[in-house]
Write a protein that binds this ligand. Structure first.
Ligand code: GLU
Length: 284
């Protein structure tokens, strides 16, 4: 198949576990079966939680698993300027506003208006508005930190394309899905501490890297709805989405970085071979 570019995009906040291995193998195999490209992207915008040793470990673990990637690794922390440019576009379109509130203030505000407290993919749905210009000037002059939030209503009002995305099911069927980004409320597009967010950096990079197929866990299925809106606002091409199942432990709980025994590293140290890990995950 021509033009099949996909990616594995881990965050170096811990060692890769069996769930990451399943994801990486799924994405890698899709690329190789399609005669396409498998890119590796390090999503390290959260500079407080990401650590260089975890990044090195990602490379080691993927090589150990028998995976190879195409081209240079893209490290998001090297590209904050790209995300700032995308944010500027959204500012220019008037679809984002500065939010100076702390997490606690937001939660208190939601608690005071329980009729508004529906829950979205990232917790309680918040809808706010920009501060009056004079109040904002004072806070800016004081150097108060702020995040940029998407004004969902303003964004939906100007989105210049139908908000739909294509999703390929595990049986290979292509579905057109109507995107409902409003389930996120006024999503944070640039965090106080990072100047960007997973959402903004991810859509920007997928476009810059020419990604045609985004293949990731079904825990991120909702993200495609918001990403479709961001792609429309930023005039970016839309990839096809595939969502794979998640690996759980014996109690049915999703694996997390805290499950130390199931890191690839721990399994390797315990003498398990890469072949046996691959087999365990259904990759013969
Ligand atoms: N960095 C994200 C994660 O580790 C990946 C998100 C994506 O594939 O878009 O969950």
């Amino acid at each position: 198949m021509k033009d099949f570019i996909t990616r594995f995009a881990p965050s170096p906040t811990g060692y890769l576990h069996l769930g990451h291995a399943f994801s990486a193998l799924t994405v890698w195999r899709a690329a190789r079966e399609a005669g396409g490209k498998f890119l590796l992207r390090i999503e390290d915008i959260d500079q407080t939680r990401c650590r260089p040793e975890f990044e090195t470990a990602i490379f080691e673990d993927l090589v150990w698993l028998g995976l190879d990637w195409d081209g240079e690794v893209r490290r998001q922390s090297d590209h904050f300027a790209d995300y700032a440019a995308a944010l500027d576009t959204l500012i220019g379109k008037g679809v984002v506003y500065r939010c100076f509130k702390t997490r606690k203030e937001i939660l208190d505000e939601i608690a005071r208006a329980p009729h508004l407290s529906a829950s979205g993919p990232e917790g309680p749905i918040y809808t706010g508005e920009p501060l009056p210009a004079d109040e904002e000037r004072v806070l800016l002059a004081e150097g108060s930190p702020f995040a940029w939030r998407l004004s969902m209503n303003a964004a939906l009002a100007i989105a210049a394309r139908p908000l739909v995305f294509r999703e390929e099911t595990s049986s290979g069927e292509m579905k057109e899905v109507s995107a409902t980004p409003e389930i996120f409320g006024d999503a944070i597009i640039a965090r106080k501490d990072a100047g960007t967010s997973y959402h903004l950096a991810s859509v920007q990079d997928d476009a810059l890297q020419g990604v045609t197929h985004v293949i990731r866990g079904e825990d991120l299925r909702a993200a495609a709805h918001l990403h479709t809106l961001l792609q429309a606002l930023l005039d970016l091409p839309q990839p096809v989405y595939r969502h794979h199942r998640l690996i759980t432990d014996e109690t049915g709980r999703r694996l997390a970085k805290r499950d130390k025994a199931l890191t690839l590293r721990a399994m390797r140290e315990a003498g398990e071979s890469a072949e046996s890990v691959r087999r365990r995950l259904g990759f013969e």
